[in-house]
Ligand binder design. Structure first.
Ligand code: PLP
Length: 400
């Protein structure tokens, strides 16, 4: 049995999406900028996708800029606004400490160009409080970037309140909603933001397609220059098959998100309770209530997360120790560290992220396999032995 519990890294492409992508690859190969009928068919597919993505986030189609994914959307938002605002005298950029590297590394690059960058602290649950933003925002702040949902612990930020604070100080507000779109309802109007990033492969569309929503009237300088695609905001021939897939995934999310979120949320709750009850010395990381329903992050005291990940993989169970984009790195997660976890605890933490196709039978299988695997690793590891974490009593390891 192969069980995939790493949907925050990427998701399987939905069958309906794969059909549309294949149709465009095989039959409808036109360039959306061409005047002839092949081009017009491609353009219609891009327009349809634009309307579907706009509908998913409660936006207008003209406000959607298609990109090559979440990383590019974050770059376009931050660099594009910084460039547009460069001469305004506003020199400060603020982002939370738990942002994805797509934001944090872009900030580092801009710091080298003379921007003042400020990292917003999060509390121990992984939430950016309004007070934290109030404490560092000034009337020289150009842009504030705070993600909607965190990729590692799933916490959902009070974005509407934070955006309101930013606007009071005349700053632009960007949110990276890569991990919330498709999982919970996302409305750009309700959030009150100026820019929002999303990525197709996090909600059952192909990799390499995404979008940046730009509030009508906000100036963003293109980072990719060339042709006039995307109203001159992102040059380059459109990835028509990928965008048709993104549009299809957006339509499916609109239709199914509510039911699917509650189904996945129940499975996650079953997994979470099962682990916390049956494996000793486990701790939940992050805020329990303000969280995307599919994500749970748990520390297993005395166990190296990387070793547990590999042991579970050998059992056919795929999980993660944090952001997939930084896997291979042995640095403790910057998200868990920012939440105040010790390096040890951060390095013993596993993320389980559920999605399309996961079943109750799979969760029960994980709950059967995991406790003895953890016991075995604790028995083997000196850290576990030192912490007195050898075998838990049989009654405690029985799965729920
Ligand atoms: N932002 C967040 C919160 C993410 O989780 C990711 C991917 O893991 C990205 C941005 C980058 O998106 P993409 O993989 O589409 O470039």
């Amino acid at each position: 049995m192969k069980i995939y519990l790493d949907h925050n890294a990427t998701t399987p492409v939905a069958p309906e999406v794969a059909d549309i992508v294949t149709r465009h690859l095989r039959e409808e190969f036109g360039n959306a900028s061409s005047v002839h009928s092949f081009g017009q068919t491609a353009k219609a597919a891009v327009d349809e996708a634009r309307a579907a993505v706009a509908d998913l986030i409660d936006a207008g189609p003209q406000e959607i800029v298609f990109t090559g994914g979440g990383t590019e959307s974050d770059n376009l938002a931050i660099r594009g606004v910084a460039e547009a605002i460069r001469t305004s005298g506003r020199r400060q950029l603020i982002a939370s400490a738990i942002e994805h590297e797509a934001v944090l590394h872009t900030f580092k690059a801009l710091a080298k160009l003379g921007w003042t960058t400020t990292e917003l602290r999060v509390d121990h649950t992984g939430i950016v409080t309004p007070e934290a933003l109030e404490a560092c925002i000034t009337d020289e702040t150009a842009l504030v970037s705070v993600m909607h949902a965190n990729n590692e612990v799933g916490t959902v930020q009070p974005v509407a309140t934070l955006a309101e604070i930013a606007h009071r100080h005349g700053a632009v507000f960007h949110t990276d909603a890569v991990q919330s779109v498709g999982k919970i309802p996302v409305s750009v109007r309700d959030l009150g933001v100026d820019l929002l990033s999303l990525s197709g492969h996090k909600f059952n569309a192909p990799k390499g397609v995404g979008a940046l929503w730009v509030r009508r009237g906000l100036r963003v300088v293109a980072t990719l220059t060339g042709g006039k695609q995307e109203r001159s905001r992102r040059a380059g021939t459109e990835n028509v098959p990928g965008l048709a897939g993104l549009g299809c995934a957006a339509r499916l999310a609109v239709e199914r998100q509510r039911a699917e979120s509650s189904r996945v949320g129940e499975l996650r709750a079953r997994l979470e309770a099962g682990i916390l009850d049956s494996v000793t010395h486990t701790t939940l990381n992050g805020e329990c209530r303000q969280r995307v329903p599919n994500t749970v992050n748990i520390s297993f005291k005395g166990v190296e997360a990387e070793t547990l990940l590999i042991a579970l993989d050998l059992e056919g169970i795929a999980v993660s120790t944090g952001s997939a984009c930084s896997s291979g790195s042995i640095e403790p997660s910057h998200v868990l560290r920012a939440m105040g976890l010790s390096p040890h605890r951060a390095q013993s933490s596993i993320r389980f992220s559920l999605g399309l196709g996961n079943t109750a039978a799979e969760i029960d299988h994980v709950l059967e396999v995991l406790p003895p695997v953890v016991d075995k690793l604790r028995g083997l590891s000196r850290a576990g032995a030192n912490a007195g974490l050898r075998r838990a009593p049989a009654a405690q390891v029985a799965p729920r």
